[in-house]
Design a protein around this ligand. Structure first.
Ligand SMILES: Cc1cc2nc3c(=O)[nH]c(=O)nc-3n(C[C@H](O)[C@H](O)[C@H](O)COP(=O)(O)OP(=O)(O)OC[C@H]3O[C@@H](n4cnc5c(N)ncnc54)[C@H](O)[C@@H]3O)c2cc1C
Ligand code: SF4
Length: 543
C-alpha cells in the first residue's frame, strides 16, 4: 500500500494528556495569553475515549493549586462538594484495628473528597471555554523531532492497523500535531516520556523513579454505613511488615465510598498478588462492616510515582518539558499528587509562555524549584525510602524526621529501581489467598468487567516483549512469572503450548487497564507498554 501522508495541524503549544497537570497547564496558558492581549493556539490530546475515562485517583484533594488557578471555582460549579471531615489512621492485625495518631501529613482539614475524573471533566470545560482544543480518543504515539533534534510535536497513532501489522479497511493515518512547545503530561510512567528520558538523558543526576500500584473500587453502601467526609487510612495486615503499602477509604457524597489499596512496587516476593491483597484487606472485620449490603460500582488500577524529590528528573529539553506525575511530583506521605501535578502544569505554562515570548533562558525545572512544590517535596524526601527498615522502622524514622528534624535532616536517602527487588521464586514462600466470596471480595475478571475496558481486538499488541523467549527462560523459570500476579487485570497468563508441549505466555491485551505496572516491575524490563489505538482502555465513570 502506498504510504498515505499524515494530516498536519499547527499549534503554539501541544499538551499530551488531559489529567490535572495537562489541563491546568492549558488553562494557565490561555489565561496568560488573554492577560497579554495575545492569542495562543493550545491543543490537548487524550488517549481515553473522553476526558476522565483513564483518570483513577483516591481522592482527597488539596485545593491549593486550584485556588490559584481558578479562584472562583465554587461559583463555577467545580465538583468539590464533600469536605474532608475526620481522619483516622489504623494499624490492622488479622482481627484487630488499633487507632494510631494521624501523621501530620495526613491531616485533611480544608481538603475535599472528590472524583478526580469528574474534576478533570470540569477542568476540560473551563479549558474549552478559554479556547483550548481537546481531542479525546487520540493517543500520542510518536514524538516528532526536527533536523536539529528539537521536539517539534507529536503524532497520534494510526487507526485500523490489523493484528498482523497490515492496514485494514478501517485504516486512518495518525495526525501530526506540530508545536512550538510540547508539554508531556502523561501521568505516571508516560510511554512517550520514557523515550524522551532516554534520548535526552533526563535522568542523569537523579535517582531512579520508584512506584506503587494503586487498586481502587467505588461502592454504594447502605446509608447507615456511610459517613460523608470520613477519611480512613490503614497500614499493617494483610501485608507483611517488610512490604510497603496500605489502604484508603474515603466517604464521598451520595452514599459512595472509595476504597483502595496501594503496594510499593519494590516488593520482593514474586508470589505477592496486589489484587488479592486488596480483596483480602476488605474482609477485615473493621473494614467489611462498611461494605456489607453494599454494591460495587467500579474497579480500576493505576501506578503511582513514589520517588519524590530525589527522583525528579531534568524537566526541560529542546522544544518542551515534562509535567505532573510523568516527572513525579507526588507527595507520598500525603498520598497526594493532584495538587502538585496541577501546580507543575501552571508553572510550566508560565515558563513556556515566557519562552514563546523571547525569554530563551526560562527553564521549567528552575521555576518548579522556586515554587511551593519544592519545599513540600524536600521536607518529606526521606520518609518513603525509610520504609526499607520495615513498617515499624519506617514509622519510627518518619516520626523522628518529621518531629525532631523538621524534614531538614542533613542527609538524603536514595532509591533503587523497582524491577531489581524480586528474589527467585525458589527462595520465596508462596502466598495462599482466600477464594473471593462474591459479596465483599471478587475475582479479577469480574472486576475488569466493571472497569468498562475495551480495545479494538484487531490491532497489534500494545504490550511488546523486547525478547519474547525471556518470558519463559527467565520470568517463568526463575520468578514463576510474577506478571501473572501483579497485573490487576489478568492480562498475563502462563498456558500450555500445544505446539511444543511446554509453557508459553499468553497476553490478553484487550483487558489492559493502562496501569503501567508491567512496564515498571518486569525484572528484565522486557515488557514495553506502548499506546494502543486511541479510545481503547478503561472507561472509568467517576474514579
Ligand atoms: C490509587 C491512587 C490514589 C490516589 N490518591 C490520591 C489522592 O487521594 N489525592 C491526590 O491528590 N492524589 C492522589 N493520587 C495521585 C493523583 O491521582 C496523581 O498525582 C495525578 O492524577 C497526576 O496527574 P497527571 O496529570 O500528572 O496524570 P494523570 O492523572 O495520570 O493523567 C494523565 C492523562 O494523560 C493521558 N495520557 C497518557 N499518555 C498519553 C498519550 N501518550 N497520549 C494521550 N494521552 C495520554 C492519560 O490517559 C490520562 O488521562 C492517587 C493515585 C492513585 C493511583
Ligand atoms: S497489562 Fe500492564 S499496564 Fe495493562 S493492566 Fe496489566 S500490568 Fe497494567
Amino acid at each position: 500500500m502506498a504510504e498515505i501522508e499524515r494530516e498536519r495541524m499547527e499549534y503554539d503549544v501541544v499538551i499530551v494528556g488531559a489529567g490535572p497537570s495537562g489541563l491546568a497547564a492549558a488553562i494557565r496558558l490561555k489565561q496568560l495569553a488573554a492577560a497579554a492581549g495575545s492569542d495562543l493556539a493550545v491543543c490537548i490530546v487524550e488517549k481515553g475515549s473522553e476526558v476522565g475515562a483513564h483518570i483513577l485517583s483516591g481522592a482527597v484533594f488539596e485545593p491549593r493549586a486550584l485556588n490559584e488557578l481558578i479562584p472562583d471555582w465554587r461559583e463555577r460549579g467545580a465538583p468539590l462538594v464533600t469536605p474532608a471531615a475526620a481522619d483516622r489512621f489504623l494499624y490492622l492485625t488479622e482481627r484487630r484495628a488499633i487507632r494510631l495518631p494521624t501523621p501530620p501529613q495526613m491531616h485533611n482539614r480544608g481538603n475535599y473528597i472528590i472524583s478526580l475524573g469528574n474534576l478533570c471533566r470540569w477542568l476540560a470545560q473551563q479549558a474549552e471555554e478559554l479556547g483550548v482544543e481537546i481531542y479525546p480518543g487520540f493517543a500520542a504515539a510518536e514524538v516528532l523531532y526536527d533536523e536539529a533534534g528539537r521536539v517539534r510535536g507529536v503524532a497520534t497513532g494510526d487507526m485500523g492497523i490489523g493484528r498482523d501489522g497490515e492496514p485494514t479497511d478501517r485504516y486512518t493515518p495518525g495526525v501530526e500535531l506540530i508545536a512550538r512547545e510540547t508539554l508531556f503530561a502523561e501521568g505516571c510512567r508516560g510511554s512517550l516520556t520514557k523515550t524522551l528520558v532516554a534520548r535526552f538523558g533526563l535522568r542523569d543526576g537523579s535517582d531512579p523513579q520508584t512506584y506503587g500500584i494503586g487498586l481502587k473500587e467505588l461502592w454504594e453502601v447502605p446509608p447507615a454505613q456511610h459517613q460523608p467526609g470520613l477519611v480512613v487510612h490503614t497500614v499493617g495486615w494483610p501485608l507483611a511488615s517488610d512490604t510497603y503499602g496500605g489502604s484508603f477509604l474515603y466517604h464521598l457524597e451520595n452514599n459512595q465510598v472509595a476504597v483502595g489499596f496501594v503496594v510499593g512496587l519494590d516488593y520482593w516476593n514474586p508470589f505477592l498478588n496486589p489484587f488479592e491483597e486488596f480483596q483480602r484487606f476488605k474482609t477485615h472485620p473493621a473494614i467489611r462492616r462498611y461494605f456489607e449490603g453494599g454494591r460495587r460500582i467500579s474497579y480500576g488500577a493505576r501506578a503511582i510515582s513514589e520517588g519524590g524529590f530525589q527522583s525528579v528528573p531534568r524537566l526541560d529539553f529542546p522544544g518542551g518539558a515534562l509535567i505532573g506525575d510523568t516527572a513525579g511530583f507526588l507527595n507520598v506521605p500525603k498520598i497526594k499528587g493532584s495538587h502538585t501535578a496541577m501546580k507543575s502544569g501552571m508553572v510550566a505554562a508560565e515558563t513556556v509562555f515566557a519562552r514563546l515570548n523571547g525569554d530563551g533562558a526560562a527553564e521549567v525545572r528552575r521555576a518548579i524549584e522556586a515554587s511551593w512544590i519544592w519545599p513540600e517535596l524536600y521536607r518529606v524526601r526521606n520518609i518513603r525510602p525509610s520504609f526499607r527498615l520495615g513498617l515499624w522502622g519506617g514509622i519510627a524514622y518518619s516520626a523522628f524526621d518529621t518531629y525532631v528534624m523538621g524534614g531538614r535532616a542533613p542527609w538524603t536517602f536514595h532509591h533503587h529501581p523497582d524491577n531489581k527487588s524480586l528474589v527467585p521464586a525458589s527462595s520465596a514462600p508462596p502466598i495462599d489467598y482466600p477464594r473471593p466470596d462474591g459479596k465483599i471480595s471478587f475475582d479479577r475478571l469480574s472486576s475488569v468487567f466493571i472497569s468498562n475496558t475495551n480495545h479494538e481486538e484487531d490491532q497489534p499488541a500494545h504490550l511488546k516483549l523486547r525478547h519474547p523467549e525471556k518470558a519463559i527462560t527467565v520470568n517463568y523459570r526463575l520468578y514463576d512469572s510474577p506478571e501473572q500476579r501483579y497485573c490487576p487485570a489478568g492480562v498475563y497468563e502462563i498456558v500450555e503450548d500445544a505446539g511444543t508441549g511446554g509453557k508459553r505466555l499468553q497476553i490478553n491485551a484487550q483487558n489492559c487497564v493502562h496501569c503501567k505496572t508491567c512496564d515498571i516491575k518486569d525484572p528484565l524490563q522486557n515488557i514495553d507498554w506502548v499506546v494502543p489505538e486511541g479510545g481503547g482502555g478503561p472507561n472509568y465513570p467517576n474514579m
